[in-house]
Design a protein. Structure first.
Length: 160
């Protein structure tokens, strides 16, 4: 597999949003209609070979703040109780499969786990929402999107 790098413009925007350069390669995979990045896909390893468990990363400041508010109000435990355990396991398994498929450094240690780097339960609502926004099956992400009223200003960029 060939990983698609972010354009220089996207790299500058994402680094400005995060306040630092990223240690690995990434591509913007979900945008607002105005072009602003919403979700990035990280290569499964950093440049130095360190495993990167978070394949999809929510970077939109508005959505990030809304999800952080949910988490601070006990959302992780609440959403974990709302979803079917088998469906959650399916979301974790599919996420891990997509990360393995995106791996371009098969000779180094790989990240384990599913969404947010966990195999069971819910660890990070941001990661679940990002996973859902890229079009993946994610019952937690779907509930988060509904609760925070994700604006219809998003489009998914499909890589070739």
């Amino acid at each position: 597999m060939t990983f698609h790098d972010a354009s220089p413009d996207d790299q500058a925007i994402v680094e400005a949003l995060l306040g630092r350069p990223l240690s690995g390669r990434f591509a913007v995979v979900v945008r607002r209609l105005d072009g602003g990045p919403v979700v990035i896909e990280n290569e499964p390893h950093l440049r130095d070979g360190t495993p990167m468990p978070t394949l999809y990363w929510l970077i939109d400041p508005e959505l990030y703040t809304r999800v952080s508010r949910l988490e601070s109000e006990g959302g992780v435990h609440r959403f974990e109780e709302l979803v079917d355990a088998e469906e959650l396991r399916r979301a974790h398994d599919e996420y891990a499969q997509r990360r393995r498929a995106a791996t371009v450094q098969p000779d180094v240690v790989a990240a384990q786990g599913g969404v947010g780097g966990t195999r069971v339960g819910v660890k990070c609502l941001h990661a679940h929402l990002a996973n859902y926004l890229v079009g993946s099956f994610d019952p937690v992400g779907a509930l988060v999107a509904e609760e925070i009223d994700v604006p219809e200003l998003l489009i998914v960029n499909v890589r070739e």
